[in-house]
Design a protein around this ligand. Structure first.
Ligand code: NAD
Length: 347
């Protein structure tokens, strides 16, 4: 059987990192795994031309959301042997899910593998924005000592309203981590979680109320037909003056140019996140140079601990596949010709 994975190329690291698993060479230790099973394992560092010769005979396609290979319907049509598309991580929007369903291709991901990592990153970026950390840090490095220039735009998080958009595994963990800051937490999700509201100290609100009353909005919904560019020019104009947005979900949930304009006009006070569209983000992506931002590259969910959990989860999904065992239901996005994940099947 031929298995193809798309992973970043090998780059020289400034210091050794024995736990690092995320490149074509380390490949989550899958080279050894597939060799022991007698399968052919091909690792590629881009999904464009180099994938072409493998489309016809690959049976499993593996890619990560950090370095996504966009498996379009057109590519799926040219992959007649494809049985499983596996996301080594969380978030499978880089696969055309409807096309996979139509062809009865299983789409699975390592659900939960990096949700703590991302929740921590989101909380960090909320604090970085409110405290105007970037401005303070730049002065420290540049030999400046101009306190009003930083302090005049810095806030406490305490007492603010934080809106959590998408209240699944990550959204809930963000709530748990923010609660000790004495904030007001509101959330919106098609599935109301009354069972968690007291425990996590959150209040369910409509999407409009979340947008219009939050001092900081943190986005944790998947990229779907409903959330694609949901935060468009109109929605961004309806946030509170000087609101902040953090988006560690998917870059495409925000309208790219409308966000830049809102920051430039002084409506939004700041934006941070680690997800972009497309990825890798081109050097001239407008979010790289926009003002009042604390963007990072997409690495929140690839801490060394997360990479280790992704390795274990990926192998578990592959073991189930080769042994003909049922996958864990929570890992399945598409199965038996339909989208089965509750987070992706919302219409
Ligand atoms: P999850 O499936 O546990 O939770 C997603 C939640 O979003 C669900 O509660 C779902 O009901 C909700 N949702 C779906 N459609 C919605 C809509 N239209 N409006 C509001 N809520 C909606 O997933 P998760 O593990 O919490 O991950 C959430 C997303 O975060 C992933 O889909 C992925 O895109 C992203 N993610 C990013 C990274 C990263 O490294 N930055 C890592 C993991 C996941």
């Amino acid at each position: 059987m031929k298995i193809v994975a798309v992973l970043p190329p090998v780059v020289e690291l400034p210091e050794p990192s024995p736990g690092y698993l995320f490149n074509v060479e380390k490949a989550y230790n899958l080279h050894e795994y597939f060799a022991s099973k007698g399968h052919e394992f091909v690792t590629l560092s881009d999904a464009n031309e180099s994938l072409e010769p493998h489309l016809a005979d690959m049976s499993i396609f593996i890619c990560s959301p950090f370095y996504p290979a966009y498996l379009t319907k057109e590519k799926i049509d040219r992959a007649p042997n494809l049985k499983m598309a596996l996301t080594a991580g969380v978030g499978s929007d880089h696969f055309d899910l409807e096309a996979c369903a139509a062809r009865n291709i299983t789409v699975a991901e390592v659900t939960g593998s990096n949700v703590v990592s991302v929740a921590e990153h989101a909380v960090m970026q909320i604090l970085i924005l409110l405290r105007n950390f970037v401005g303070g840090h730049e002065q420290a490095v540049n030999g400046e000592w101009n306190l009003p220039k930083v302090g005049a735009y810095a806030h406490d998080l305490e007492g603010k309203t934080v809106g959590i958009f998408g209240f699944g595994r990550i959204g809930q963990r963000v709530a748990a981590r923010l609660r000790p800051f004495d904030v007001k937490l509101v959330y919106n999700d098609p599935y109301r979680r009354e069972d968690l509201e007291d425990e996590l100290g959150v209040e369910y609100v409509t999407f409009d109320k979340l947008v219009e009353t939050s001092d900081a909005i943190t986005i944790h919904a998947p990229l779907t037909e409903q959330t694609d560019t949901l935060f468009n020019r109109d929605v961004l104009s309806r946030t509170k003056q000087d609101a902040y947005i953090v988006n560690t979900a998917r870059g495409k949930i925000i309208e790219t140019d409308a966000l830049v304009d809102s920051l430039k006009s002084g409506h939004l006070a700041g934006y941070a996140g680690d997800t972009w569209y497309p990825q890798p983000a081109p050097a001239d992506h407008p979010w790289r140079q926009m003002p009042k931002q604390a963007m990072t590259v997409h690495y929140s969910g690839m801490t060394l601990e997360a990479q280790h959990r992704i390795e274990i989860g990926t192998k578990a999904i592959l073991d189930n596949f080769f042994e003909g065992k049922a996958q864990k239901q929570e890992d399945l996005i598409v199965e038996g010709g339909e989208i089965v994940s509750p987070s992706y099947k919302i219409k």
